[in-house]
Structures are given as structure tokens and as C-alpha cells.
Design a protein around this ligand. Structure first.
Ligand SMILES: [Zn+2]
Length: 426
């Protein structure tokens, strides 16, 4: 039988992508072809074992090691300690096969990276864009950190299996794909403000087919392909910029604040989905106001000392460690440089407005798309009260150096004014 592989852009760490309906039965052949002489070692949890792991183990028979199966409940967290344990336990001459979604894949990716062993990922839910990306989102001493490690060497995504996952996992993946719309808008801003130029080949990977990929919230193969393309873009760019903008920063803040809804952690995609709505309101704020109109609302730039105090005040919840201070002060600009940035913003405002208008999905339309795909479409739906929700805007601006609309507005002294547009979501 010939393996039906989907095309992969050049220069990837990932060498094989098996995608479509019924491709799962070709996984043994995929393993033989791309990991010759290696003995498969399946890592799953009780749920993903039922969904695909058991069937794969049976297909492989005695050519595979005994699997490692985590309990199905409580929900597994991507703890660094568990990844180390997997690395320790990893049998000789094996190909680790991660059968699962985000967390299992991240942990196996991390363990395989530690042992310098190429691995295979059999996706069981269309829930994240991390399947084909390098780096693992891991909990290190309680805080989320991206641990550098290679992307999977081979990936299998069979729609028949993806469809057996709980529907909210697909909704979450759909929202993470929609986030590429606002992520792209942020990159357009960074490019126009001459902070981080757009790399066209990477941009095209994510953005060229994005609108068609999000057009049908029922088409799992299309959405998975969109998420996979984002992963490839991150592999090439060696950074998550092509797939994430300020909507992900909001999600990171809520993660650090340990956001829960009805006693459960809120999924990455659901936090990011609400983040895309917030981001869109900010882009519309830029689109709907001329620079001249906003001049009277701008607050004066802060001295280093004043800014430091502001950041300390914002981080009053105390759950962010030294991240806000480090990132915010790293990108701090003294007043005279801030005023130069404002001049650039003034000169480019019209250009920015046009580019953003072309890029974004209007707020009401985006909200309908999220609702139609079963995603939360407001802060209350993920457990945010008014105070925690409004706090996210100035907070998110402090946690990362990556230039987004938050920095544009902050440098223009408009972040507090723009925050008023968030009322639309309350
Ligand atoms: Zn994401």
C-alpha cells in the first residue's frame, strides 16, 4: 500500500503528514517507513488509549513495546517532571508515539527532545496548533514556559478519530485558528511600525488560505490543516509570532491567573477565542478613529521610575513572578523616544487603518462565527468578572516584548482610552 501523505513545506523538521479519513490504518507503515528499525512505544491516557491507542497497539502487535498509559482523570497537566519521567522511562531504540491531543503531544515532544529521539504524533483531537510546531508548552515550577524541542518527525491526523473527541475540543481548535486573523493583524502593525518585518513565505503559510479554512466550522480536516500550517510557520520562523498576537497574551494572563470556569481549567482555544474578540475591538478602535481625533485623549509618556511603579501596581495579584517587570522594562522607551514613535504612528495611521480593515473580521461577524462553532463569545462565559476582564488589557501589554496593537496604543498614550471599547463585551 502506498502512504497517502499530505504536502509539507520545505525545510521542516516534520517529514511526514498523514491526513484525511481512514489514514489511521497506515500508521504502522508510516512508522516502518520513517523510523526504520525502531520499535514503537505508545504514550496515551485512558481516553486517547480508547480512541486510538489500543487499536494502534493491536495493529503493531509484538513489534511494539508495552505502552505507557496515564489515567484519564484528573486531567493531565504538562508538568516538566512528567516529561523527565517519560524521558527516563523511554526504552532503547524506540520511536515514541504520542497518541493524544495537546498535553500528551507536548510532553512526549519534550521527552523525545531531551533524549534527541525523533517521535511520531497521532492526533486524537483537532484542538491546538502545537502538533506540528517545535517547542512544548510546559509547566515549569507552576508557570507556563515554552521549552525548546524539535517538532514531531511524523504526524497522523485521521478525521474519523478527531471526530470522536469531545466537541468542545474541536471548538477550541477552531478558536485557535481564528486567532491567526488577529495575530496577523498584530504582525501587520509591527511591520508597518518598522519593529518586526513580515516574512512573506511564513505569512502566506498561515494567512493565504485562512479565510477558507475558518469558513466552515464543521470541516475538521480543513481546520486541522490550518492549525498544522500554523505549526509549520512557527517551525520555520522559530518563534510563535506567525500564529499568535495579543489575543494569546490575554490568554497567557488568564492562565497565569489560573482562570477556571465551573471548577475546570478553561481550554487554551476558549481563552484565545475571547482574546480575539478583545483584540478585534482594539483594531476597530484604531480603524474608527483618526490620529488627529485621538490626540487630545493621549496621556503623556512616563519616566522609567513612573513606569516601573505602574507595572508593580498592575501586577498586584502577585501571580506573574518577575515576567511583567522584565518584559515591560526591556521594551521601555524614554519619553523622547516614545514621542518619536508617536510621530511614526501619526505618519502611518492611515496605512495602518487600511491594512487592519483588510485583515480583520468585523467584531459582530467574529462573535457569530465563534458562537456558531460552539465557542464562548464573552468574558462571563469563561468565568471572568468585570474587574478581571478589564485588567487584562494593561496587564497583557507588560508580559511580552513582542510588538502588538497593545504597544502601539500604549506608546500613543491611548491604552486606557481604548479599554473603554471593551464595555461592548460586558
Ligand atoms: Zn494558540
Amino acid at each position: 500500500m502506498v502512504l497517502r501523505l499530505s504536502p509539507i513545506p520545505e525545510g521542516m523538521q516534520t517529514a511526514a503528514f498523514l491526513s484525511g479519513r481512514g489514514v489511521f490504518t497506515s500508521v504502522p507503515e508510516l512508522l516502518q517507513t520513517f523510523f526504520p528499525g525502531k520499535k514503537p512505544w505508545i504514550i496515551a491516557d485512558e481516553n486517547t488509549w480508547r480512541a486510538a491507542g489500543k487499536a494502534l497497539q493491536e495493529m503493531l502487535g509484538c513489534s511494539a513495546y508495552l505502552p505507557h498509559i496515564f489515567p484519564g482523570t484528573p486531567r493531565l497537566h504538562p508538568e516538566m517532571g512528567i516529561a523527565h519521567m517519560l524521558a527516563e522511562k523511554m526504552p532503547e531504540n524506540c520511536v515514541p508515539v504520542a497518541v493524544g491531543s495537546g498535553v500528551i503531544n507536548d510532553m512526549v515532544k519534550c521527552a523525545a527532545g531531551e533524549k534527541l529521539v525523533p517521535y511520531c504524533c497521532v492526533a486524537t483531537a483537532c484542538s491546538v496548533d502545537g502538533y506540528t510546531a517545535g517547542g512544548s508548552a510546559m509547566l515549569v515550577n507552576g508557570s507556563k514556559t515554552t521549552v525548546p524541542c524539535p517538532a514531531p518527525y511524523a504526524v497522523c491526523a485521521d478525521a474519523d478519530i478527531l471526530e470522536t473527541a469531545p466537541p468542545e475540543m474541536f471548538s477550541s481548535g477552531y478558536a485557535d485558528l481564528l486567532a491567526k486573523v488577529t495575530g496577523g493583524a498584530d504582525w501587520l502593525i509591527a511591520d508597518t511600525m518598522e519593529v518586526e518585518p513580515i516574512r512573506q513565505d511564513v505569512w502566506d503559510l498561515v494567512q493565504k488560505d485562512l479565510r477558507s479554512r475558518v469558513s466552515d466550522p464543521g470541516n475538521m480536516t480543513l481546520v486541522f490543516e490550518g492549525l498544522a500550517a500554523s505549526g509549520y510557520a512557527m517551525q520555520i520562523y522559530l518563534d510563535s509570532r506567525p500564529a499568535s498576537g495579543c489575543e494569546h497574551l490575554f490568554s497567557h494572563v488568564w492562565e497565569m491567573e489560573n482562570l477556571q470556569f465551573q471548577g475546570e481549567d478553561v481550554s487554551h482555544g476558549f481563552k484565545v477565542g475571547v482574546g480575539t474578540l478583545v483584540a478585534t475591538l482594539l483594531f476597530e478602535y484604531v480603524i474608527n478613529h483618526s490620529f488627529e481625533e485621538l490626540c487630545s485623549r493621549m496621556t503623556p509618556p512616563l519616566t522609567r521610575e513612573e513606569r516601573l511603579q505602574e507595572v508593580e501596581r498592575l501586577a498586584v495579584r502577585g501571580c506573574y513572578g518577575s515576567i511583567p517587570r522584565d518584559a515591560a522594562m526591556k521594551k521601555y522607551l524614554p519619553p523622547e523616544e516614545t514621542l518619536l514613535r508617536r510621530e511614526t504612528a501619526c505618519a502611518k495611521w492611515g496605512e495602518l487603518q487600511k491594512k487592519l480593515q483588510n485583515q480583520i473580521i468585523p467584531f459582530e461577524e467574529l462573535r457569530m462565527m465563534l458562537k456558531n462553532a460552539g465557542c464562548p463569545a464573552g468574558p462571563a462565559e469563561i468565568g471572568l468578572d468585570r474587574e478581571q476582564f478589564l485588567h487584562v488589557l494593561p496587564m497583557a501589554q507588560t508580559i511580552r516584548v513582542r510588538y502588538t496593537v497593545l504597544d502601539l496604543l500604549y506608546e500613543c498614550g491611548l491604552l486606557a482610552d481604548a479599554c473603554k471599547s471593551l464595555e461592548k463585551l460586558l
